[in-house]
Design a protein around this ligand. Structure first.
Ligand SMILES: C[S@@+](CC[C@H](N)C(=O)[O-])C[C@H]1O[C@@H](n2cnc3c(N)ncnc32)[C@H](O)[C@@H]1O
Length: 350
């Protein structure tokens, strides 16, 4: 999914005239991470990542936090945070496209850990007051440290608060609630309690999960609860009706490219300068949105003189479309379109 759009504050967008250097970006996050992890010996970082992967392969949910100490959390931040940040950033971009005039004043990041979603929110809008809730004190402490190590004043006022997500969860009212890469770590009952609490508390809810069949299933379960609570699906779906994918046959997911710093490469291994993070998400709102006519659900296939698109459409479910040179301006737009984008692209982008 591209990171540009009208009024976008993302660097590299066609609309960078509104960029404010004090807003968080992938680069400022990477710089803060590099500074913070500088002192961590490479061997210790690698061991912590191995332990983290082993823990995540074990049974979740656990009764206590998986992120127990600073090296666990530092490993998580180096290993996963750039990718979770980019995935949330993509979901927020879709929300901003669907509701260009909406600006949240308050934001709660539930299970926010080291603050990836908070960085993404602070980059999407100027001024939301963010509260990060998590039960892992070590994660909150590192999140606070990362903000301190960055030159990003937009994050200075984030409140880092210890909280357990359980069946009795209640959230303070907030314009925006984000839940990124958390549902998998909860019991089924805590998961529904969290989605219901978010629906009671928020005007807009953003849920992001890994782009796997299981992650998608958790997103669909949350989507169903949000629509039952009266929410409209703002993205990625072009409507709030049932998902047209027949359960078990496929899963709706997207991909975002994450550039890897040398530190990231060192912790994760491998030499590629980037990786593709696959994610599933839903954005639901209590307010009306500009629904897209369709969304691109696979990487477009560019052939000689034609582009093949797989679409989820508002009126006709899942569709394939072939856009050829004969389509003129639409063909040129199709050559630039990306997985996850709205189709057809907004007029001003053509
Ligand atoms: C995979 S991390 C995701 C962190 C962050 N949201 C992100 O996108 O990078 C999951 C987070 O959920 C938190 N968590 C898991 N179960 C929790 C619970 N029952 N109560 C509070 N936090 C929980 C963990 O401590 C961890 O910080």
């Amino acid at each position: 999914m591209t990171g540009s759009g009208p009024g976008s504050v993302w660097p590299g967008s066609a609309y960078t005239s509104s960029v404010n250097d004090t807003l968080p970006t992938a680069d400022s996050l990477r710089a803060a991470l590099a500074g913070l992890l500088d002192g961590l010996p490479p061997r210790q970082a690698t061991q912590a990542v191995d332990r983290l992967i082993a823990n995540y392969r074990g049974t979740t949910p656990t009764g206590t936090p998986l992120l127990r100490d600073r090296s666990d959390v530092a490993a998580y931040a180096a290993y996963r945070m750039p990718a979770t940040f980019e995935a949330v950033r993509s979901a927020l971009h879709a929300l901003r496209e669907a509701a260009p005039d909406w600006v949240p004043a308050t934001h709660t990041d539930v299970g926010g850990g080291t603050g990836a979603a908070s960085w993404a929110v602070a980059g999407a809008w100027e001024g939301p007051r963010t509260t990060v809730l998590d039960w892992a004190e070590a994660a909150l402490a590192l999140g606070r440290e990362l903000v301190g190590a960055s030159a990003v004043p937009a994050l200075d006022d984030v409140e880092w608060r210890r909280a357990r997500i359980g069946e009795d969860l209640d959230l303070d009212a907030a314009d925006l609630v984000t839940v990124s890469y958390v549902l998998n770590e909860l019991t089924p009952r805590a998961r529904t309690a969290l989605v219901d609490a978010a629906a009671r508390a928020a005007q807009a809810v953003v849920i992001v999960e890994p782009g796997t069949p299981d992650g998608y299933a958790r997103v669909i379960e949350a989507r169903d609860r949000l629509t039952a609570a009266g929410f409209t699906v703002a993205a990625p779906c072009p409507h709030s009706d049932a998902c047209p994918i027949e359960p078990g046959t496929d899963w709706c997911h997207f991909s975002v490219r994450v550039s890897r710093s040398s530190l990231h490469r060192q912790v994760k291994g491998g030499s590629l300068p980037y990786e593709d993070e696959k994610f599933s998400y839903v954005v639901a709102t209590r307010f009306a949105v500009d629904a897209v006519a369709a969304r691109i659900t696979r990487r477009p296939q560019i052939r000689k003189g034609q582009v093949l698109l797989e679409l989820c459409t508002r009126d006709e479910g899942l569709q394939r479309a072939t856009v050829t040179k004969r389509h003129g301006e639409l063909y040129r737009a199709a050559r630039d379109i990306d997985w996850g984008d709205a189709w057809p692209p907004p007029q001003e982008a053509m």
